[in-house]
Ligand binder design. Structure first.
Ligand code: NAD
Length: 509
């Protein structure tokens, strides 16, 4: 049996899989087949039958019907089910990590890391299921108690991007589940098989607990299935991870019907390297952040600001290190960079490099195609200047723009001058520079690191970014609050009816 066949079998996948599920797989009436393509070869791994309108309707109806009972289950019991989900993911970690590498193209260790992130999210959510509390306030009125509590929201729509095909689902799903919401997942059409595999794992866990309709799936085109979800009043929250352009549309469409959205959109992440930085640390961090996942992380390093005192030396080392990046099959030992997701991504990479040349940038390393099947490009370093418009865009490919600067103020201004605000870092040994970077006048991003690269966040913190990155937060800290509705309650246990603000409204009886 081939490697691929083994992975498919271990995850309960067939050659052709249904693409809609409410705990029970739905056989669609139309047969619009979506091929899952291995970006390292361009070959089809297996296929999924896309959900049609009838399948979507069935899924949303079941998610809705399941909600009233699910929300009344005590949160720690919901947490227990999420704990079992984490255990099931541990058992399937290797197979699912391999499938992520096969279908998305990230290297095997990053595929495993992504599944580990799902497991970590489950563990986190289990603990959180006993901590969904609000504060007590002191009332201004005698013998009154005032407090806040949180209620489940309803059916949560999860629309995810291709580049974290399973982890982003887990950021949302683990929290939504413990918060008492049911959910419908619409994954990227580039990564349908990993979604079917995750749904199979959920189904096994839920079957053992005699529950269905909490974790639901609809695989289908964004412009039909996704669009229907955005406009669907039965879905009070849409958590969207994807490009800024699409996120703008999601925000507008959901807001028009007073639905909520959590937006996790594009980044244009940067590192500043100060003259007092530990350069060996900076070098390793830059390399992983710029080349890891072939530059297809929302937190990938796109802009590098080097102080003039260190620019020449660090760039020489970086150039040398790029020369030893091994490119190839992401499942092969020793490979550090896999392919881009598809041909359109390859074309976007080269279109950006054409603009680099038009706008006066200099390609220092890479820039060429890679002569092998699949969607490979060379990781590229560009010597850039601040006037280059292309450096303001997020090109989802391994292109690193390098700038030189003389003062910290100059670096900080350039750093914050773009429309996106996801991840940022400074490398320095100076307390002054570190604190300044983290201060109100420092980085304007949702993630700000010192002596750590821009990518590879831990799930314990709230994850997300500002400006055109959308302002959403997912995963750790108090991100759970976005999946619930807040209620302020006041209880009068006196025999009087005092009004707030000292207002008097007495009538003669
Ligand atoms: P994309 O915007 O092309 O697609 C995202 C999702 O939107 C897919 O599931 C797609 O099918 C769906 N979609 C398409 N049309 C739709 C419509 N009309 N209505 C509803 N949904 C629709 O993004 P992508 O190429 O899959 O992912 C890459 C992008 O995602 C990058 O910009 C990256 O920075 C961003 N991203 C951000 C984060 C974050 O946390 N900030 C994480 C991962 C990826």
């Amino acid at each position: 049996m081939s490697d691929i066949a083994t992975v498919l079998r271990d995850l309960g996948l067939k050659e052709i899989n249904p693409g809609a599920c409410t705990g029970r797989w739905i056989e669609p009436t139309e047969h619009k087949v979506l091929a899952s393509v291995n970006p390292a070869t361009g070959e089809t791994i297996a296929s999924v039958i896309q959900a049609d309108k009838a399948a979507y309707e069935k899924v949303v109806a079941i998610a809705h019907e399941t909600f009233p009972a699910w929300r009344m289950m005590p949160a720690p019991q919901r947490g227990e089910i999420v704990r079992q989900l984490g255990e099931a993911l541990r058992e399937k970690k290797d197979a699912l990590g391999r499938l992520v590498a096969l279908e998305m193209g990230k290297i095997y260790s990053e595929g495993l890391g992504e599944v580990q992130e799902m497991i970590d999210m489950c563990d986190f959510a289990v603990g959180m299921s006993r901590q969904l509390y609000g504060p007590n306030m002191t009332s201004e009125r005698p013998r009154h108690r005032m407090y806040e509590q949180w209620h489940p929201l309803g059916v949560v729509g999860i629309i995810s991007a291709f580049n974290f095909p399973v982890a982003v689902w887990a950021w949302n799903a683990a929290l939504a589940a413990i918060c008492g919401d049911t959910m419908i997942w619409k994954p990227s059409s580039s990564t349908p098989l990993t979604a079917v595999a995750v749904q199979n794992i959920c189904n096994d866990v839920m079957d053992r607990n005699g529950i269905s309709g909490v974790f639901n799936l609809v695989i289908g085109p964004g412009r039909t299935v996704g669009e229907t979800m955005l406009n669907d009043k039965r879905v009070p929250l849409v958590s969207f991870t994807g490009s800024t352009n699409m996120g703008r549309h999601v925000a507008e469409t959901t807001a028009r019907r007073f639905g909520r959205s959590i937006l996790e959109l594009g980044g244009n992440n940067a590192i500043i390297v100060e003259p007092d930085a530990k350069l060996d640390l900076a070098l390793r961090a830059i390399l992983f952040a710029a080349v890891g996942t072939a530059g297809q992380r929302c937190t990938s390093l796109r802009r590098l600001f080097l102080h003039t005192d260190v620019a020449e030396g660090l760039l020489a080392k970086l150039t040398k290190a790029y020369g030893s990046i091994t490119i190839g099959d992401p499942l092969e030992d020793g490979i550090l960079m896999g392919p881009l997701v598809n041909q359109a991504a390859v074309e976007a990479h080269f279109a950006a490099l054409d603009k680099v040349k038009e706008q006066g940038g200099e390609i220092l390393v890479g820039g060429g195609p890679v002569d092998r099947p699949g969607f490979f490009v060379e990781p590229t370093i560009v010597k850039a200047h601040p006037g280059m418009e292309i450096t303001r865009d997020e090109t989802f490919a391994p292109i690193l723009y390098v700038f030189e600067y003389s003062t910290f103020d100059e670096a900080m201004a350039l750093h914050n001058s773009v429309d996106q605000g996801l991840s940022s870092a400074v490398f320095t040994s100076s307390m002054y520079s570190a604190e300044r970077f983290l201060s109100h006048e420092g980085s304007d991003c949702g993630i700000a690191n010192v002596n750590i690269g821009t990518s590879g966040a831990e799930i314990g913190g709230a994850f997300g970014g500002e400006k055109e990155t959308g302002g959403g937060r997912e995963a750790g800290s108090d991100a759970w609050k976005a999946y619930m509705r807040r209620q302020t309650c006041t209880i009068n246990w006196s025999t009087e009816l005092p009004l707030a603000q000292g207002v008097s409204f007495d009538v003669d009886e």
